[in-house]
Design a protein around this ligand. Structure first.
Ligand SMILES: NC(=O)c1ccc[n+]([C@@H]2O[C@H](COP(=O)([O-])OP(=O)(O)OC[C@H]3O[C@@H](n4cnc5c(N)ncnc54)[C@H](O)[C@@H]3O)[C@@H](O)[C@H]2O)c1
Length: 244
């Protein structure tokens, strides 16, 4: 029997990388996508091939651009000829005061975080719908549910939009393709490494579990959500913030 195939966007590092390893461990062939640092993507591919008995390919593409999404789809179809799972994980964030934020940066965040999820869900989701089978997980954030710091206003708006895309694509592709979202709170990743130490301490104190999540803890939840055991969850947003 052929392995199932999962595409993970923004997967050269951080949560995307951890999701690749978790799904490879689950027996999926993996499409590792990112738009920068090909050598890092190659490393993730190599790690999968060396540590799990599944296949992996790296596809460099800016998934917020239609022509690059279509190229990615072609590559994946030629290599695997079916797609079972799509994880829309790619995103950017750049915190700053609203008065200093340019409209260009605002739009850039929306493009990378929202247009990417829209385009991937539109094209990969359609493939799944036609085959009457598939699962899409959109990585949102608790910032898409509540406002914490207006310094990430564009990121927060983008993550709220990802929640809306989740509801709409779940409706669009029903009853064949499941579309759900995870809204993590703080995760221990590169994205947060440059935050001031006192802010990290204050935020850690607010979390019931008194620590940021590790990427593996989010990845194992993704693993459950795309598994056959998770058979009645659709159009849902799961907050995964350790209590806050
Ligand atoms: N780190 C956290 O605390 C946290 C909390 C909640 C949600 N999240 C979400 O989890 C996901 C992963 O976060 P992370 O901390 O691993 O971030 P990260 O910055 O380490 O990884 C994101 C990756 O996405 C890639 N990317 C961005 N735009 C892209 C595009 N248009 N096409 C292809 N690749 C693109 C980046 O190059 C990067 O490698 C993101 O969606 C993020 O918003 C993170």
């Amino acid at each position: 029997m052929k392995n199932k195939v999962a595409i993970v966007t923004g997967a050269r590092r951080g949560l995307g990388e951890a999701i690749c390893y978790q799904l490879a461990k689950d027996g999926y062939d993996i499409v590792v996508n990112d738009m920068v640092e090909k050598e890092q993507v190659d490393k993730v591919v190599k790690h999968i091939e060396e540590n799990y008995s599944t296949n992996a390919i790296g596809v460099m593409a800016d998934v917020s651009k239609e022509e690059e999404v279509l190229k990615l789809l072609e590559i994946v179809k030629n290599r695997f000829n079916h797609i079972d799972v799509l994880i829309n994980n790619a995103a950017i964030v750049e915190d700053m005061e609203i008065k200093e934020r340019s409209t260009e940066l605002f739009n850039e965040t929306i493009r990378n975080n929202v247009t990417s999820t829209y385009l991937m869900s539109k094209y990969i989701g359609r493939e799944m719908f036609e085959k009457k089978h598939g699962k899409i997980i959109n990585i949102s954030s608790t910032n898409g549910i509540n406002a914490f710091f207006p310094t990430s206003i564009d990121y927060d708006a983008s993550k709220a939009a990802v929640i809306s895309l989740t509801h709409n694509f779940a409706l669009e592709y029903a009853p064949y393709v499941f579309v759900n979202s995870i809204a993590p709170g703080w995760i221990n990743t590169e994205m947060n490494k440059q935050l001031p130490k006192d802010l990290i301490k204050e935020e850690t104190d607010k979390i019931y579990l008194k620590r940021f999540a590790e990427v593996e803890e989010i990845a194992s939840f993704v693993s459950f959500m795309v598994s056959d055991a998770c058979s009645y969850l659709n159009g849902e947003i799961i907050k995964l913030d350790g209590g806050y």
